[in-house]
Design a protein around this ligand. Structure first.
Ligand code: IPE
Ligand code: IPE
Ligand code: MG
Length: 245
C-alpha cells in the first residue's frame, strides 16, 4: 500500500507524484500519419505541453519536467532543428498563460549552444516567475543526462584541483549538488513516455534511479489530460520499495 508522504497530494483517491517527468515523443510520427511535414507535429506537441502542464497543476503535481530537446537531437536535419528552435521562441513569448497560473518556469540543459535571443528569453522567463509557487515546470532544452553528470564531475574536479575539496568528500550528495536540478528539483517519481518507445533516451538518468515508468502508444500531440490521469492512477498502485522490503 502507498502511504501519503508530506509532499504528495491525494486526488480522487489516488496519490499524485511530487515530480513527473515527461518525454514528449512522437511528434514526427503524428505529422507523418497526416502526411504533414514533421514541424507540424512539433507545433501540435508544443500545444500539448501547455495543456498537460496545466492539467498537472490542477491535479496537484508540484514539479513537472518536460523533455523538449536532447543533446542528441542536433543530429536531425537543419530545417527541423530550426523549426523546433523557432517554436521555443514563440512559446517563450507566450509565457503569460503560465504567469496567470502562478507557475514557476526553469530550464535545464546546456544553454550555451542556443541563440542569444533564446537564452535571453529563457532567463527572462525564469526571472519573472522566480517566486511563483503553485507548481514548477522544468523544460529540458539541449539536455542530456550524461553530459549533466560530466558537468557535475568537472565542477567537483576543479574544487579538488584547487584544494577546496578532498577526494574522500565526493559522495552522491555532492554529485547531486552540481547537477542542473540541484537544490530546487526533487528526484523524479514518475516518468511518462508516449509514442510506444520504451527507453529513457538520456533523460534524467541520475534523478530517475528510483523512478516508476509509464509507457503508452499514444503519440505526444494526441496525449490528453485523461492519459495523464491514467498514468498517475497506475503510479498510485505501484509498490515503491527503494531497496527495502
Ligand atoms: C519528439 O518527437 C520531439 C523531439 C525529439 C524534439 P519526435 O520528433 O522524436 O517524433 P518521432 O519520434 O519522430 O515520432
Ligand atoms: C527523446 O526523443 C528526446 C525528446 C523527446 C526531446 P527522441 O525521439 O530523440 O529519442 P530516440 O532517438 O527515439 O531515442
Ligand atoms: Mg522521437
Amino acid at each position: 500500500m502507498l502511504l501519503k508522504s508530506e509532499k504528495q497530494n491525494v486526488v480522487d483517491d489516488f496519490l499524485v507524484p511530487e515530480h513527473i517527468g515527461i518525454i514528449m515523443d512522437g511528434n514526427g510520427r503524428w505529422a507523418k500519419k497526416r502526411l504533414l511535414p514533421r514541424k507540424f507535429g512539433h507545433r501540435e506537441g508544443a500545444k500539448t505541453f501547455k495543456k498537460i502542464a496545466l492539467a498537472g497543476k490542477s491535479m496537484g503535481v508540484k514539479f513537472m519536467t518536460f523533455y523538449a530537446f536532447s543533446t542528441e537531437n542536433w543530429k536531425r536535419p537543419d530545417d527541423e532543428v530550426e523549426a523546433i528552435m523557432r517554436l521555443f521562441e514563440d512559446y517563450l513569448d507566450d509565457v503569460s498563460s503560465f504567469e496567470k497560473e502562478n507557475i514557476r518556469l526553469i530550464f535545464i540543459g546546456d544553454r550555451s549552444a542556443l541563440s542569444d535571443v533564446l537564452q535571453n528569453k529563457m532567463k527572462h522567463a525564469e526571472e519573472i516567475s522566480r517566486n511563483f509557487d503553485s507548481m514548477t515546470v522544468i523544460l529540458a532544452v539541449n539536455y542530456g543526462g550524461r553530459s549533466e553528470i560530466c558537468m557535475s564531475v568537472r565542477a567537483i574536479a576543479e574544487k579538488v584541483k584547487n584544494n577546496e575539496l578532498d577526494i574522500n568528500d565526493i559522495d552522491e550528495k555532492l554529485i547531486e549538488e552540481n547537477l542542473y536540478t540541484a537544490d530546487i528539483i526533487p528526484p523524479v517519481d514518475l516518468i511518462i513516455r508516449p509514442s510506444g518507445e520504451m527507453r529513457l533516451s538520456n533523460f534524467l538518468i541520475w534523478q530517475s534511479a528510483y523512478a516508476e515508468y509509464y509507457f503508452t502508444d499514444i503519440l505526444w500531440p494526441d496525449f490528453k489530460e485523461d492519459d495523464l490521469r491514467d498514468a498517475v492512477k497506475d503510479f498510485s498502485i505501484r509498490n515503491r520499495r527503494f531497496g527495502g522490503i
